[in-house]
Design a protein around this ligand. Sequence first.
Ligand code: PLP
Length: 362
Amino acid sequence: MGVAIRADLAAVPDYNIPGTAPDAIVLNSNEGPLPPPPAVIEAITRAAVEGHRYPQWFSDTLVGRLADDLAVPEEGIAVGCGSVSLCRDLIQAFCGPGDEVLCAWRSFDAYPVFARVAGLRARTVPLDAGHRHDLDAMLAAVTRDTRVVFVCNPNNPTGTAVRGRALGDFLDRLPDRVLVVLDEAYREFVDDPDVPDGIALARHRPNVAVLRTFSKAYGLAGVRIGYCVAAPAVVSAVHKVAVPFAVSRLAQAAALAALDRPEEVRSRSAAIVRERQRLQSLLTRDGHSVTPSQANFVWLPLGEEAGDFADFCARRGVLVRAFPGDGVRVTVGLPEENDAFLSAAARYRGRRSSATLVDRLR
Ligand SMILES: *Cc1c(COP(=O)(O)O)cnc(C)c1O
């Protein structure tokens, strides 16, 4: 008899590691297309000098800085090694045996996986016909056992955002005992003024936690750092379950240096938003259906064609992310990378329409 691995882990999918290939154009992981600014790299190098010392227990320097920038109390911020680790910490801190986690589907794949790893049920509610969160249906799906609800805004992988008063109304109608996690990993790419700011919504709601990250707009995905803004009681619960010293000195130094250059982040994000608009309009012109996106990626709801389309792009050196049966997510890259993708996508459409024509002529 071998070592006894938890039987329920068999139901947890192996992580689908995004493909990579030498010289490929990588548009499958929603990373920033540029390396960190030189000043951030220098800050990481300087922090390495004290690499023999443990980092601060709770990344206090960064917490102080974020508290000032966001006008929230220091006790209301927890830093984690990427906001994905905070998703897991929040589930760990709020759920026990028999409890449920609720999220939309499709949304970020980590939510149901983390729930299952914690031995919990994950209840999912389908997105609406416009690939948006169906907040009424989510509200109706809350049960006595629901402890944590994830709302990913903008949503990964569809790029859609909940707008106007819908989100605030949803929060007001939920029972107070349910923690709502507003995952705003893509907040910096939102250009629709009607998309509410999660931190403003969380300010007077003790059951709302907002997640932000340095991985996307700040271009620090490989450095691993993100944070949670919530009521002090939520933050202390996260601190209790977090892996000690998970946030390195190097990561904290990088985040602080990046926050010192808000102009750089703003201009990089604005360039991504411009390219997103260009991609959306050229794809639409070429006959693709594209979901309006507020993030650093676009979503093509290709359904059963998703895998074919991604394979077709990969053969042309462009890696995009297929979600079989649903669609394809394409990260917005540098203009020339996006051009390479557009040309593959246009050829795919051309090939498809001539195939249909041949079918019709037969
Ligand atoms: C990328 C992403 C995150 C954060 O990732 P980290 O690199 O762990 O900070 C969180 N949520 C969603 C929905 C994401 O797409």
